[in-house]
Design a protein around this ligand. Sequence first.
Ligand SMILES: [Fe+2]
Length: 196
Amino acid sequence: MLRLQYLVTVHINICMKNFKYLDIDNMELVSEKIYNYIRDTTDILQVSPWNPNWLPLSLDVINQVPELGKFISDLNLDLRSIHVLRTWRTSKLHVDTRTDIRINFPVSNTLGSAVTHFYELKDCVRVEKFLQGYSYYDLEYSDQKIIDSYVLDRPVAFNPDVPHQVVHAVQETTPRLILTMSFHNSPTYLLDDEII
Ligand SMILES: [Fe+2]
């Protein structure tokens, strides 16, 4: 008996998105609670306004703002670190040295003039630099093209290994305050873009 076996090959092309918006209920309320926590437990709102400021927060914030804890646990994520970032003006185009997928969460004034752009760069060379004790890659390149953009009007998972920059159209008079969170289990799956 002749038995024919047919091998069916399904091509799955998995590409990674640059970012993805995430849903959360009552975001304004959660942002307000986070803002109050930052105001009451750090001095980041008082320090000199003309430098970007980047400050680690206690993981206890997810106990003090349980809605944020629920948002993280609903995504099956194990929080590794959480920082608050305050900006007024356009940041340098850069790549982060830690390449695990992070989630940014709006806290206040994120509906100002700021837009986060992702870029494709030609002849790109990475140069490690340090700012406030944290390293990042400064980039040298011959040409740039914006390939994606988001406004932080809700939480966003994003890939910090893609060249990116927060562009403020004007210098803000009120700081833009966000949380950026990293996880022991990097949520790469959130950015999977499956094409069959
Ligand atoms: Fe970055």
